[in-house]
Design a protein around this ligand. Structure first.
Ligand code: HQG
Length: 182
């Protein structure tokens, strides 16, 4: 049977970001895990995976969600974790404007509280409207907010950019958000 790359990628996101315990996987404090160990444990838990297929899942991933260590012996998710790990991204100056795609039903709450990170480690922001739209459309009726990231940074907020180009920050208060039709 042809392996389902999307399904395997989703499973990989699940264990590398949220629930490594499901397959008794251990992540180090920076989110890395040993590739051989991962392959063995996936097999033991009934997932058909070998190194060649893992490479394919990583390389073909539309958002480059996973990365190998330089020597190829370890793998981690580049962002999106809910478990407590330290990605060690260094703070960088963001562009003046970043975007956040979300669903209309969250708007009232965002108007009151600003953007909150929820279950994840950071609020996720995109460098262009198209990417933000893809993110928001997963949730329902699309709304794209402009985030005045340049101003936030000038006023002391840290920003990070993940290996796969997602902008991360702790929160974005209402005064830094530009709502549509406002
Ligand atoms: C919303 C995907 C109510 C927020 C994407 C979002 C991204 C609020 C939802 C990555 C709120 C959280 C992250 C507030 C924020 N009141 N709702 N005050 N503040 N929200 O999935 O940004 O496919 O945790 O707008 O590409 O949608 O996983 O965050 O709708 O980079 O690789 O609360 O997930 O990447 O949802 O997406 P999420 P997100 P992956």
């Amino acid at each position: 049977m042809k392996p389902n790359i999307t399904k395997l990628s989703k499973f990989l996101s699940y264990v590398l970001r949220h629930k490594p315990n499901t397959i008794e996987l251990i992540l180090d404090k920076n989110g890395w895990t040993d590739v051989t160990d991962l392959l063995n444990k996936m097999k033991r838990f009934g997932k058909d995976m070998d190194l060649e297929l893992l490479r394919k899942v990583v390389e073909t991933n539309n958002k480059k969600r996973f990365s190998f260590s330089e020597d190829g012996s370890k793998i981690r998710a580049s962002q999106g974790h809910s478990i407590d790990i330290e990605l060690n991204y260094r703070p960088v100056a963001p562009p003046d404007i970043l975007y956040h795609g979300t669903a209309g039903r969250f708007l009232d709450s965002i108007l009151k509280k600003g953007l909150l990170k929820g279950q994840r480690h950071h609020v996720h922001l995109s460098k262009d409207i198209d990417t933000a739209s893809e993110v928001g459309l997963r949730k329902g009726k699309l709304i794209v907010l402009e985030v005045l990231s340049g101003r936030m940074h000038t006023e002391g907020k840290d920003f990070f950019v993940s290996e796969n180009g997602v902008w991360l920050t702790d929160s974005a208060e209402v005064q830094y958000l530009v709502f549509p039709n406002k």
